[in-house]
Design a protein. Structure first.
Ligand SMILES: [Fe+2]
Ligand SMILES: [Fe+2]
Length: 212
């Protein structure tokens, strides 16, 4: 059983970097209220894990993941922007890219709780109690769609931003698994949503670790 943790310093540094990007890139009406009142206020965003048993399943994992996605998306956009412009006539400004990347998984804030479970210590052979994250959903509104809804309580999203956040899970989205075929139409009409989904996957599987 691995024990990957972020130090309190790393968690604080990630929070600082996250808020610096918000401050420098996002000027939209309502952003200050959103951050002060909700993100850095009543929500546990900066301390939350990114999952219970997958990547980033440790304190601060959610903010770390959001930053990883931000950096991946910036790099991918830089690499692909010429083709996106020439082929599809689409562009995405700094502010939109920051909003999509940093806030795509806010549905996971106030979503996990710490619990205890028994596990066998391989060295001593004894059973011990260990903390783990469990799901404690208080607002069951889905995943990407929940992030869109929460953000829209404070800031106005345009169509591109809403689509990229809504469909960021791609084929892993539960609606798709349940038979909804609107994802392929969304990806056809909004190629940036494809690039964002890939960025989310890269951050998760290339950049992040998991406690097993
Ligand atoms: Fe997600
Ligand atoms: Fe994500």
């Amino acid at each position: 059983m691995s024990n990957i943790q972020l130090t309190e310093d790393e968690i604080a540094n990630n929070r600082r970097e996250f808020l610096h990007i918000v401050d420098s890139k996002i000027k939209r009406d309502g952003i200050s209220k959103f951050v002060d009142e909700w993100l850095d206020g009543t929500s546990d965003f900066f301390k939350a894990p990114a999952s219970t048993k997958y990547h980033g399943n440790y304190k601060g994992g959610l903010c770390e993941h959001s930053l990883n996605v931000y950096h991946r998306f910036e790099k991918n956009y830089e690499n692909e922007k010429k083709e996106l412009k020439e082929k599809f006539n689409v562009e995405l400004n700094d502010e939109s890219r920051a909003i999509i990347s940093l806030f795509h998984d806010i549905c996971k804030a106030n979503y996990y709780k710490l619990d205890l479970r028994n596990y066998k210590n391989e060295e001593t052979g004894k059973w011990e109690k260990k903390e783990y994250y469990a799901i404690d959903e208080k607002f069951p509104f889905g995943h990407g769609e929940k992030s869109v809804f929460l953000l829209n309580q404070y800031i106005h999203l345009d169509y591109m931003e809403a689509i990229c956040i809504n469909w960021h899970m791609g084929g892993f989205d539960r609606r798709v698994l349940g038979g909804d075929n609107s994802l392929s139409l969304a990806f056809e009409k909004y190629p940036l949503a494809v690039l964002f989904h890939i960025s989310d996957m890269e951050a998760t599987y290339f950049d992040e670790k998991v406690n097993k």
